[in-house]
Design a protein around this ligand. Sequence first.
Ligand code: UDP
Length: 235
Amino acid sequence: MNLKYKRVLLKLSGESLSGKIGHGIDFDTVVKICEPIKKIVDMGCEVAIVVGGGNFWRGRSSGSMDRTRADHMGMLATVINALGVADGLEQVGLDVRVQTAIAMQEVAEPYIRNRAVRHLEKGRVVVFGCGTGNPYFSTDTGAALRGAEIDAEVILKATMVDGVYDSDPKKNPNAKKYDHLTYMEILNQNLQVMDMTAASFCNDRGIPFLVFSIEDPENIVRAVCGENVGTVITK
Ligand code: UDP
């Protein structure tokens, strides 16, 4: 198999790191996800990763809490995941740097775009924590933003579902899966695949987005080789 994309931004949802446990981090699952990442780096692909935090905390599900504080907690959750993923990547033999949008220099590098690009050029994987660094945003938007900043050719969103459906496949056995969608269709039909800010930003930038299931981690290899392993979203 040959690479289609030379530089990719991989978004790993928090949920994808918790495996069968369903919350927190299941480190065996993390290592299984890191193995195909090693394969694609060895094939010459430059990989940056944005991690979610939903396996620990989501600001929008925090009830009556102050939203900004709840989102700060969510962003800190993404840092726990970023460190876990970095450790998994190192265990499979990769060089890794973690950069956070909220500075915590004793733990990780601060986010510096040019430095992140330099790491990628040297074959290091860069893991971005804290999403955009701002409350009221999501790590999907963080992935879109970082993807644009580092000139990623595609955003690969690894989740627990194998693509975008017209209704919830867990509730509706007749739910239809889309192979291809445009950002405008997502926005107009309010499809729950990414938040509206991310969809609107990606539409603006024209970056393609592939949503696929991480239950088979080899999908990462297939995705960077250009296979439509889920749903492709374009402008
Ligand atoms: N978050 C935030 N700003 C960002 C990214 C994330 O405030 O730019 C917070 C927000 O509370 C969010 C949480 O971090 O709910 C975890 O991120 P997300 O829900 O996107 O994680 P995922 O669902 O992908 O696991």
